[in-house]
Ligand binder design. Structure first.
Ligand SMILES: Cc1cc2nc3c(=O)[nH]c(=O)nc-3n(C[C@H](O)[C@H](O)[C@H](O)COP(=O)(O)OP(=O)(O)OC[C@H]3O[C@@H](n4cnc5c(N)ncnc54)[C@H](O)[C@@H]3O)c2cc1C
Length: 387
């Protein structure tokens, strides 16, 4: 760790886009110092893995459980990157069951899931380790310092240098800042960070940098899909009805079933201890609001299990869930950007040595891991050509 916390590059956020950017930048020959500052306890962000303190030994990929690539053939940077991950066995092709659930297969419409088109991949380990492995494969000289549980709440730009202040009082300085999350550009930061001005706007006032003005203005028109994920820690004797052996099994619900049961998808995740974990994704606004406001969350969890049992009643694969060890939940206020995507030319604001990556740019894969990876690869290419 640098004693003065002065780095050549600081990246706010440790999600997959940040990790791909750092890895690719080092691979492209960058030999300076880098700090990744992440609010969470580990890497991965919205594609991370929940390790429970309470339920030891369990690991749930509770955000994005896998990822799909649709544009591989059109982008040589992306194609080469995915091939490198496959060759180094960091990822593998996803051969898990993907079962589409219909109330009536003869009449109900086909499920249009943006998350399963094209080629599907899973991490060979966990989703958080995927992000770590992406960096480690190129950070052979340990150029990267990590600061976890560190939330940046304030930005300043003085004498051509960025100064970042965290909620726990740390100060970081850097010549070049990369924001892999758009929180510090967006009005939702006011509520989340309990501040009265958007941090990037405060650092660079209006009319000082046209690109920064544009990105802040456009971004504040962007909207987000909220999601709620439940993780069910089953009892040791809970298993499939059939003899399914792979690590994951996905069930997707079509719109009418989603309306009825409130589930978007159900993902079974076999644990290292052989127990069967169940992750339920919900994007139904009414259910999420009811859950957030509820003073009796246990009752809603019971309702969740009832819905699960009704959904899989008569299933040839899934047993009734009679009891369970625990259920935990995670609310994703901004699980996916939607609506307006940010034009790619705004990724780098050269005059103020600041740049951006993430799934919020107007690239193939907007709102998905594919977009996050592509934005990071493109950013490292662009920065390489200007620095
Ligand atoms: C429940 C769920 C299911 C999903 N399913 C799929 C799927 O099946 N397929 C798919 O392709 N995509 C899926 N997605 C979307 C996918 O997870 C994202 O597109 C991708 O992970 C975005 O990566 P990112 O690096 O751009 O952003 P993030 O992962 O959000 O990384 C940004 C990081 O920055 C950190 N951060 C933000 N502000 C600060 C700050 N001020 N200080 C310090 N740290 C900060 C955050 O904690 C976060 O870790 C899903 C998302 C969710 C939530």
């Amino acid at each position: 760790m640098r004693h003065d916390n002065l780095y050549d590059f600081v990246i706010i956020g440790g999600g997959i886009s940040s990790c791909v950017f750092v890895s690719s930048h080092i691979k492209n020959g960058f030999s300076g110092s880098i700090a990744i500052i992440e609010n969470g306890r580990s890497l991965g962000g919205r594609s991370s893995t929940r390790k429970s303190f309470k339920n030891k030994g369990w690991q749930f990929n509770h955000g994005s459980p896998n990822f799909n690539i649709c544009n591989n053939n059109n982008d040589h940077l992306l194609r080469a990157f995915i091939q490198e991950l496959l060759d180094s066995k960091i990822i593998e092709s996803d051969a898990s069951d993907l079962i589409e659930l219909y109330k009536n297969p003869l009449f109900d419409s086909k499920i249009e899931s943006d998350f399963h088109k094209g080629s599907n991949y899973i991490s060979s380990t966990s989703m958080s380790e995927l992000s770590q492995n992406i960096i480690s494969s190129h950070d052979l000289r340990n150029q990267v310092d990590y600061f976890f549980q560190t939330l940046i709440v304030k930005l300043d730009f003085e004498n051509n240098q960025w100064i970042l202040i965290s909620k726990n009082g740390y100060k970081f300085k850097t010549k070049f800042l990369v924001c892999s999350s758009n929180l510090l550009l967006h009005k939702r930061s006011l509520d989340i960070l309990k501040i009265n001005q958007i941090p990037l706007r405060k650092a660079i006032p209006l009319n000082k940098n046209k690109k920064i003005d544009r990105i802040i203005s456009l971004l504040n028109e962007q909207d987000y899909i909220k999601r709620l994920t439940f993780m069910i820690y089953t009892k040791p004797d809970y298993s499939y009805k059939d003899n399914y052996k792979k690590r994951f099994r996905n069930f997707l619900l079509n719109n009418s079933l989603e309306d009825k049961f409130k589930f978007e998808r159900v993902i079974f995740q076999k644990q290292k201890n052989n127990k069967l974990g169940i992750v339920i994704h919900i994007k139904n606004k009414q259910f999420i609001t009811e859950y957030i406001q509820s003073k009796n969350k246990e009752r809603l969890k019971e309702k969740l299990v009832d819905n699960f049992n009704t959904l899989f009643y008569k299933s040839k694969y899934i047993n009734k869930l009679m009891n369970y060890q625990d259920i935990s939940s995670m609310i994703w206020r901004a699980s996916q950007p939607t609506g307006l995507a940010i034009p790619e030319y705004l990724q780098v604001c050269e005059n103020h040595n600041i740049a951006f990556c993430g799934d919020w740019f107007d690239l193939e894969g907007f709102g998905r891991i594919e977009g996050a990876i592509l934005s990071a690869l493109k950013l490292s290419y662009k920065i390489n050509s200007i620095t």
